[in-house]
Design a protein around this ligand. Structure first.
Ligand code: ADP
Ligand code: ZN
Length: 739
């Protein structure tokens, strides 16, 4: 007897081992220890073959040890990993890594931590104290929290340990040590009221729920698109549907793009399902994740809320899978296996005979095309709850603004006034610019050169102002001082060009005096917990204006926000990517949808230099169906997904010539395999848009066709014959972007 084993080693395919004579075969999903070279590694049984002789020409070694007599990973999850490896042309090793429990390192160490909690003393309550501005700021925060604030949380809010020590010496604060439970939900629950299960659904919600319940009841595979405008109350439907599925004895898997960005979802599920819900995402410590994973595996939870990788969670009897914000790019993994969690979720539901609900206000082109063709049920919520209107959108033509106000304008007059009015009334605003940093390039006025990354073919982005200014590469993290003179021609005429979120933040501070401004982007949220803390402060109205990248557009429900400003709505449109319009439409619709979710109506101000572009126009009208048909014309004329399948292939090498030669060799074979263009055509090779990355040159080609399976097989076969090139090749099946 032989078994096929997947070991968590990148790029390795399934390995065959023998079951020692007289031993029972381990079941699919069991862990086994196998020899691999001079090492012993733990792998997962993927297949059992009852053949009595080894596959011809192989020297099969016996298993060393069988660790489980029952599956450790449910066999359907093993099968799903296998499907993922095959579909995305990845190694079984990488795919099996995705289904294994998170690493357990650190589990013991942080089991029962204690935290130092700081609270204000009686003396510190005196409003007339003579203290420094920083000390006053700290005291103000502490006065708002009678139970005190943990020192870690204070640090995240910019109050240093030094400052606390000084306040302690002055007798203005006191500290104590509290034991903390390991709570993966963190503070997400604390700012919510009790769950409101008595709330009456709107007519639309009620009709949608009835249809979804009927689909769930069939207990056969059904895919459904829940297409609901922003603020239409989709989350409420997810909760009720989940409760019904759970009551019928089946389990629920809910995927969200990023838990830290949709904290309410996990918190609401917890309020409804209490300890029967587990969460899985990369923001948890390994120990927390491991605990939760084990609970899921033991069958102690009925509902799992998680990010992309939770699609492989060892949950049994799944009756419902929800993919919230199904269009979101974070469902796609950007390393091998390059799977899309949404698509794997559909496959999982199909195999489990479950209902899968894909929810979005701005569905992906792929999903909507399935809804139009009737392959997916389409359930629509056209109105916001409680008769709340969608935000009124004003488009500002920045060309007119430049003519009137000069070429350096960042905030238009309308946006400036809009923010100031909101701050005056105690309302909140969000300002979006999907570009980080202070300035996007440094440019020499004499030789027209820019300061570029030595490792990548991009220019460096300036972060910070004044003496703390640095130029950084957003791809490889290379960083350098900003020079005083041009490194090429030595002229002292360097100028900063373009602007990012840091500059916008500085402008809002300058032009809206009195506003409390903060920035939300990857730079401002690097430290663990800082993102949650920032969102909590905004929710608590300690911040008036939140400036940020697309991170601020994701699923948030902040009732105090009545204005959303978009600085350069066209940032993404300049990119030569087939999804540029789709992404722009989604981002604008989503961010505008953050406004007016409370009592007061919302407004959005969209600044652009292409006010007539269809994705901007239609996003402002929140007209998804028109956008879809417009965009579909373009996709079918240009032969792009969803009208064809696409595989993006990038070959890397130390020199440009090698990358080009290797890619050309692969392309030649691919063309020979399908000379009549029966199932695909190959475009390229050509230098990749990011021609050099981390010191390596990159050459790209695209396979386009109607038969994805044939395309993939041809590619796998061709690369299989050239393992030396395959090792340096990135294969992306169903790419989200070809840049
Ligand atoms: P979506 O996810 O569709 O953008 P949410 O689920 O976040 O919308 O709902 C928007 C807001 O409306 C939330 O604050 C939610 O609590 C509230 N809400 C949802 N359904 C109802 C209802 N039937 N009655 C009153 N408020 C509701
Ligand atoms: Zn770089």
């Amino acid at each position: 007897m032989f078994v096929r084993i997947a070991v968590p080693v990148p790029a390795l395919d399934l390995l065959t081992y023998g079951v020692p004579e007289g031993q029972p075969a381990p079941p699919v999903g069991a862990r086994v220890v196998v020899p691999l070279g001079s090492r012993a590694v733990t792998g997962i049984v993927v297949d059992v073959s009852r053949d009595s002789s080894a596959p011809a020409g192989t020297d099969v070694k016996p298993l060393r040890q069988v660790l489980d007599t029952e599956p450790f990973i449910p066999s359907d999850v093993v099968e799903l990993a296998r499907w993922t490896a095959e579909y995305y042309a990845a190694g079984a090793g990488e795919a099996i890594t995705a289904v294994l429990p998170p690493k357990t390192r650190g589990t013991r160490a942080d089991a029962h931590k204690t935290a130092r909690v700081v609270s204000v003393s009686a003396a510190g309550l005196d409003p007339e104290l003579k203290v420094t501005a920083r000390q006053r700021e700290a005291l103000d925060i502490l006065r708002g929290a009678p139970d005190g604030i943990a020192s870690g949380e204070l640090a995240r809010r910019g109050i240093s340990a030094d400052l606390v020590t000084r306040l302690l010496k002055a007798g203005l604060v006191q500290t104590r040590n509290d034991r903390v439970e390991r709570d993966p939900f963190g503070s997400a629950t604390s700012d919510l009221g009790p769950a409101d299960s008595s709330r009456t659904l709107t007519l639309e919600q009620d009709q949608a729920l009835t249809r979804l319940l009927a689909l769930a009841d069939t207990r056969v595979f059904r895919p459904a698109l829940l297409h609901g405008v922003t603020g239409s109350g989709k989350t409420e439907l997810y909760l009720r549907l989940s409760a019904a599925v759970r009551a019928s004895g089946r389990r629920v898997l809910m995927l969200v793009p990023e838990i830290a960005l949709t904290p309410q979802v996990a918190a609401l599920f917890r309020q409804t399902f209490h300890e029967r819900v587990a969460i899985q995402h990369s923001g948890l410590s390994d120990g927390e994740r491991h605990d939760q994973w084990q609970r899921i595996r033991r069958g102690e939870v009925d509902v799992v809320v998680g990010t992309r990788s939770a699609v492989f969670t060892p949950l049994r009897d799944v009756g419902l899978i929800i993919v919230d914000e199904e269009h979101d790019g974070s469902y796609k993994q950007d390393e091998s296996p390059r799977y899309n969690g949404r698509d794997v979720a559909v496959v999982r539901a199909q195999r489990a005979g479950a209902l899968v609900v894909l929810g979005s206000a701005t569905p992906s082109m792929e999903t909507y095309a399935h809804a139009v063709s009737g392959k997916y049920d389409r359930i629509v919520l056209e109105k916001r709850v409680l008769e709340r209107p969608l935000p009124a959108v004003t488009v500002v033509d920045m060309r007119e603004e430049y003519a009137a106000e000069g070429p350096d304008v960042i905030l238009s007059r309308a946006l400036r006034d809009g923010i100031a009015a909101r701050v005056d009334r105690g309302e909140q605003a969000m300002v979006l610019l999907n570009r980080r940093g202070y300035a996007t390039a440094v440019f020499c006025r004499q030789c027209a050169g820019t300061i570029d990354c030595p490792n990548c073919s991009v220019s460096l982005v300036v972060h910070g102002e004044g003496v703390s200014r640095r130029a950084r590469c957003h791809y490889c993290n290379y960083s350098a001082r900003v020079p005083a003179a041009c490194p090429t021609c030595k002229a002292p005429y360097l100028e900063q060009m373009g602007f990012g979120t840091e500059r916008v933040e500085a402008q809002v501070v300058k032009q809206c005096p009195g506003a409390r401004v903060a920035r939300l982007d990857r730079d401002s949220t690097r430290r663990k917990g800082s993102l949650t803390a920032l969102l909590a402060r905004f929710r608590a109205k300690e911040i008036d204006v939140l400036v940020g990248t697309q991170m601020i557009a994701k699923g948030h429900d902040f009732p105090g926000v009545t204005l959303v400003g978009v600085i350069s709505a066209d940032v993404g449109l300049g990119m030569a990517d087939f999804r540029a319009s789709e992404r722009t439409f989604q981002l604008l619709t989503q961010v505008a949808g953050r406004a007016g979710r409370g009592e007061t109506a919302g407004e959005a101000i969209v600044q652009t230099i292409y006010p007539t572009h269809y994705s901007i126009q239609l996003a402002c009208r929140q007209d998804y169906p028109s956008f879809f048909s417009h965009e579909m014309h373009f996709r079918s004329a240009m032969r792009y997904p969803p009208t064809v399948s696409l595989i993006n292939v990038v070959v890397r090498a130390k020199s440009y010539a090698n990358a080009m030669d290797d890619a050309a060799g692969i392309v030649r074979v691919l063309r020979e395999l399908d000379p009549k263009l029966a199932s695909y055509r190959v475009l390229g090779p050509a230098p990749a848009p990011l021609g050099k990355l981390r010191g390596e040159y990159r050459v790209q080609f695209l396979m386009k066709g109607s038969q994805r399976r044939r395309m993939r097989e041809a590619l796998v076969q061709t690369l299989g014959a050239r393992p030396d090139i395959a090792r340096r090749t990135v294969v992306d099946v169903d790419p989200l972007s070809v840049l």
